[in-house]
Design a protein around this ligand. Sequence first.
Ligand code: IMP
Length: 424
Amino acid sequence: MAVDLLLGLQWGDEGKGKIVDVLTKNYNIIARFQGGPNAGHTLVFNGKKHVLHTIPSGIFHDDAINLVGNGVVIDPVIFKKELDKLAEQDIDYKKSLLISRKAHIILPTHRLLDAASEASKGKAKIGSTLKGIGPTYMDKTGRNGIRVGDLELADWKERYEALTSKHVSMIDYYDAKIEYDLEELETEFCEAIEVLKSLTFIDSEEYVYQAQKESKSILAEGAQGSLLDIDFGTYPFVTSSNTTAAGACTGLGVAPNQIGDVFGIFKAYTTRVGSGPFPTELFDEDGATMAKVGHEFGATTGRPRRCGWLDLVALKYACQVNGVTQLMMMKGDVLSGFKTLKVCTAYNYKGETIKHLPYNIEEENVSPIYTEFNGWSEDLTKMSDASELPAALNEYISFLEKELEIPITIVSVGPDREQTIFKN
Ligand code: IMP
């Protein structure tokens, strides 16, 4: 059975966690394929909010298996905190959580290196979540990393010590001096490693292959967004993994011809956290309203998110790169009350009108060209059926479907599991 994918199409924070949670009832296995605790997937049900960083968003369903794939990087300390929270809610994660032996481990010194690297960049900083993501993926591609499977080897501590002492000399190399107490960090790390070791480690590509053969349904859960992809995002202001569909193949060991539906999640407007270009960014009342009504603060770092109009040029690009088959529009409810809405349908690129994402979308090269729409004033948050959606919203949706040539099958009208409208 083919593996379905669920991905963010913008700069992250589209609401992937909520939709995975909603769709989990249709799947036997939910598998995270990239990223790490830089992600913050928010789920709301029964009046309670849950934020997951590394653990797949199917964990609250009794019947689903949740797999952390080889493409993910795991910080044992943050992972342990997530597990503790699940335990507080009587979630029996031991029976439903599997970890790939090939997933890489974020060491305390990876986090320190991230901090030193960012601090030394000054104005050019990426705006990283400082979770050690970049340095861990650098060690992975540099063939120095420590993997979950190494924890089963007799000499893993020696490997850890060798890599850590290399990191310490690298931290010294940076101009920015970072204060740290390695002994304290290591105590916490070692405790967390013991907890990690109590979980089930598997050869995940074999597990996924066999599950497919047994006709088990699998949903691959992406983290971050397509515009943060290391290859196709707004480099260098990106994360360090492939957040796009191809990342699911490498991050789980699924062959490209085994991919089924690709669910693309986007917000009815755009947000970005951290540095980097953002052509439709708003610095006025409209942007402030989106931020306030949409509670646009990072789920991992609490940083305010930058807000702007929907960028259809960028969205189309993300649909192309991922081969999206179904779209899911989030946070339409946040736009209720805007008299006029704008969608960027082309760019003015160095004086020329273009409809594709060019190499460089920095402010000095690109300005957005907008198409305007009538807004709607109705409160969407209590609606539960597509027939209730206001005409102006339906026009907005129809326009996007026509431009993107992909159906919008879910319209989310609030953070709760229940605030989900299925179309078609
Ligand atoms: P890093 O992956 O933590 O190094 O961060 C690199 C860039 O990606 C920064 O601009 C972050 O703000 C952004 N980023 C990383 N993870 C997320 C996410 O889950 N949502 C939104 N932005 C993210």
